[in-house]
Ligand binder design. Structure first.
Ligand code: HEC
Ligand code: HEC
Length: 715
């Protein structure tokens, strides 16, 4: 197949210093004829050592005149307890119930979702795994994968089977909340809702999430979280949505005797806190419907954390608080919050009125404490001692800039690294985190602190029906549509928030300059002067207006920036997809990190591939489908030999940190009973659970069996 792509990536070099790839592909050239002056250089290799980077800063959290967190150690303890505590969910579900295996989920039973995000498909509520298999409580088999089956997996040949089913994670039963039961903390008082999908006969089974569970390890580096980026970079103290949720507020007391007053919170680089306040009240993941954070506060505040769970005597975070009985901690959630957080958030006098009810300040602010404590714990889950990191440290110590490959890599790993670069994997899986979705601060800290953005770019390519005209599209840096499924299966970044605002930055940008002039709902800057494909290349001068360089964040450029006039944008924008103001957002997903990817299967937003071999086949054949603007993604046929493919997989495995594989500190944890499919019996309208017992692990890690790749758990 010919590759119709014309791509200049030169400007990115100055902006993203790590990247140096200039490639020009002309119509009719095949992948093997690519002319590449590509990325492998001494410095760009050394910069892939994650140990060289600090986590992004969250101003005001631990610093400043009145920091939010006053005792970091306690905040991390609180976060770890909350993350692993099965009392947080309504039916014995902890965050860790879906994030227990290298930060992800390796369960194989009752994990299938029938593809409920599939747009406009009335049959999307049915399971349709190959040969009419699947359904609730189904145990996945190795032969069920991949979910798009080609006669020859190396080419986009005859597609013999595809499904919109998704490997998600089992959460809670579909129920409505009535009350907290302080005597049975794992189970809230709830009543079943006759779930139309998740049931066996008259009894409900646990619901499953609509997307695959990504790892929480290294998620602290992501600028936004979730596959569609909806966990906002700014934390508002209450919900996922940062500044979009205008009603969100926290309660602050000037001093111990004053009455708490409501205040807005806009804490930057706190996407993990934004993320963490979602699941506890989510009706699929952790909660009976209608349960609020204030209910959860009433349930947990007076309780002993991890009350029924074993804590290892050498737990790297919790050992000092471990109850001598071996179960749980000696403290209460209330005591830990008061120790960790600034008193202005919990010590105010008098009740706080919210939705007509009275709460103590510490109850009203519970989501705020919860989100930030979890973020503090997740900030410690950084894996920077993989074979790659260690090899790069050695290479740097040798101080020989003629080296390109780490000397301690095997020839196969070196070949794999070369293939990784030649196949443009590092165009998207870039920098030390192996994802362009990382906070720009970690690329070139000072530049991004000053300029602030580069979260939106505009790139160009020659569409397949033309070899002259350059077609350009705006992108949200860090998100791409790589044609894993047809767009309508899941529109990903093309979605909106509950108020109808686009999740995507580039769609907000188009809105702001043309369609519906208004401020962005998120706070970010776009620098049109730094675009790879600036507007000046596709618009006539008369169609453009200038804006001052400074207002466009073009601090490094002397010239003014050019953007299309509003009426021009209006004239030609019939939708997001076409014309010169198109955006590549529908069907785009956050580029996942590749660190520890050996252990975090199944892969992709839909969990449709069981092994790295299947992922590499996917890239080798140039995607499963060809979505709109497929060419822009650089996912095209690679013509790799078996040897090339094996080498690429071998390289990906150098990204595993042995501390993750062996659950050594900081990846050690309390014991957890994870619901894992159902038995044949039911009670109270709910199918009973089988369990997977995850033992408590101390800082030395597992002693017998390490964590294994997902496919090893499949029959
Ligand atoms: C029922 C399973 C389940 C539970 C329980 C759960 N998660 Fe997740 N988690 C998921 C799924 C599925 C996604 C991806 C959802 C999406 O992107 O739309 C996810 C995404 C995330 C992410 C984003 C990672 C990334 O790279 O985008 C983080 C961080 C995370 N979860 C942390 C938590 C925390 C903290 C809790 C508890 C408060 C929690 N999860 C509870 C299933 C679960
Ligand atoms: C154009 C950007 C882009 C390029 C180029 C690219 N990827 Fe990806 N990669 C993504 C995105 C986006 C996803 C998630 C897609 C989805 O879930 O639909 C992904 C997913 C993956 C995953 C699954 C990770 C997980 O946790 O589910 C692996 C492994 C992977 N890519 C490896 C590679 C390799 C190897 C190459 C080169 C052959 C490559 N990628 C090239 C953007 C890219």
């Amino acid at each position: 197949m010919g590759i119709e792509l014309f791509y200049f990536n030169i400007k990115l070099v100055s902006f993203m210093s790590l990247r140096f790839c200039v490639f020009i592909l002309l119509s009719g050239w095949s992948a093997s004829e690519l002319v590449l002056a590509h990325a492998l250089s001494y410095q760009s290799m050394l910069d892939k050592n994650l140990k060289k980077y600090n986590i992004p800063t969250t101003p005001g959290l631990l610093d400043g005149k009145s920091p939010i967190i006053v005792d970091k150690t306690t905040a991390i303890q609180l976060g770890k307890a909350l993350f692993w505590d099965s009392n947080v969910g309504s039916n014995g579900v902890a965050c860790a119930s879906c994030h227990f295996h290298a930060g992800a989920d390796s369960r194989t039973t009752n994990q299938l979702n029938p593809g409920t995000l599939h747009l406009g498909d009335t049959s999307s509520k049915t399971f349709n795994l190959l040969g009419n298999k699947g359904g609730v409580n189904y145990e996945l088999k190795a032969t069920d994968f991949p979910f798009f089956k080609f006669d020859d997996p190396d080419y986009r040949s005859t597609l013999s089977f595809m499904t919109d089913d998704v490997v998600g994670s089992a959460g809670v039963y579909q129920q409505i909340f009535t009350a907290i039961d302080v005597n049975r903390l794992e189970e809230d008082v709830c009543s079943p809702l006759n779930d139309p999908i998740h049931h066996i006969g008259n009894a409900e089974t646990r619901q499953t999430t609509t997307r695959n569970t990504p790892t929480v390890i290294n998620a602290i580096f992501n600028h936004r979280n979730f596959w569609d980026g909806r966990a906002n970079n700014e934390f508002n103290g209450v919900s996922h949505f940062g500044p979009r949720d205008v009603a969100a507020k926290i309660w602050v007391a000037k001093n111990q005797n004053s009455k708490p007053v409501s205040q807005k919170l806009n804490l930057v680089n706190a996407s993990l806190a934004s993320q963490a306040v979602g699941p506890p009240t989510d009706m699929i993941e952790m909660s009976c419907g209608g349960r609020t954070f204030k209910d959860i506060a009433k349930k947990l505040l007076a309780q002993k954390p991890l009350a029924s769970q074993e804590v290892h005597p050498t737990d790297s975070v919790l050992a000092t608080l471990r109850d001598s009985s071996g179960l749980g901690l000696t403290s209460t959630y209330e005591a830990l919050i008061k120790k960790a957080f600034n008193p202005i958030y919990w010590s105010g006098k008098g009740a706080v009125q919210d939705s007509g009810k009275n709460y103590a300040q510490i109850e009203a602010n519970f989501s705020f404490f919860f989100g930030l404590a979890i973020q503090m714990y997740e900030s410690t889950l950084v894996s920077n001692q993989s074979k790659l990191d260690l090899a790069l440290a050695e290479m740097e110590a040798a101080d020989n800039d003629t080296m390109i490959f780490p000397p301690s890599f095997t020839p196969q790993e070196q070949k794999g690294l070369e293939n990784f670069s030649n196949a443009h994997c590092d165009f998207c899986h870039d920098s030390a985190t192996f994802t362009a979705a990382s906070n720009r601060e970690i690329y070139t800290p000072n530049v991004y602190k000053k300029v602030g953005s580069a979260y939106v770019d505009r790139i160009g390519f020659v569409p397949s029906n033309s070899n002259t005209e350059v077609d350009a599209t705006l992108i949200d840096n860090g998100f791409f549509n790589t044609s894993v499924t047809p767009d309508e299966f899941d529109i990903g970044l093309g979605g909106t928030d509950p108020w109808g605002n686009p999740l995507s930055y580039s769609m907000q940008y188009v809105n702001s300059i043309g369609l519906n002039p208004k401020k962005f709902v998120d706070r970010f800057m776009v620098s049109p002067c730094a675009f790879v494909q600036p507007f000046t290349l596709d618009y006539k001068k008369s169609e453009l207006k200038t804006i001052p360089a400074t207002s466009a964040g073009c601090a490094t450029s002397k010239s003014d920036a050019f953007v299309p006039k509003a009426q021009i944008v209006k004239q030609e924008s019939s939708g997001w997809d076409e014309g010169r103001m198109s955006t590549l957002t529908v069907g785009a997903f956050k580029i996942p990190t590749l660190r520890n990817v050996e252990l975090t299967g199944p892969y992709m937003h839909n969990g449709s591939m069981k092994s790295l071999e299947e992922v590499v086949d996917f890239y080798n054949r140039g995607g499963n489908v060809q979505n709109r603007r497929h060419a822009a993604t650089l996912v095209f046929e690679l013509n790799f030999t078996q040897e090339d493919k094996d080498a690429l997989v071998a390289f990906l495995k150098t990204l595993t940190d042995e501390r993750v594989r062996w659950e050594k500190a900081p990846f050690d944890h309390p014991a957890l009973k994870v619901p894992n499919g159902h038995t044949q019996s039911s009670s109270g309208g709910l199918m009973e659970d089988n369990y997977l017992f995850i033992p408590a692990v101390g800082k030395e890690g597992l002693t017998s069996e390490p964590l294994k790749p997902f496919q090893n758990y499949l029959k």
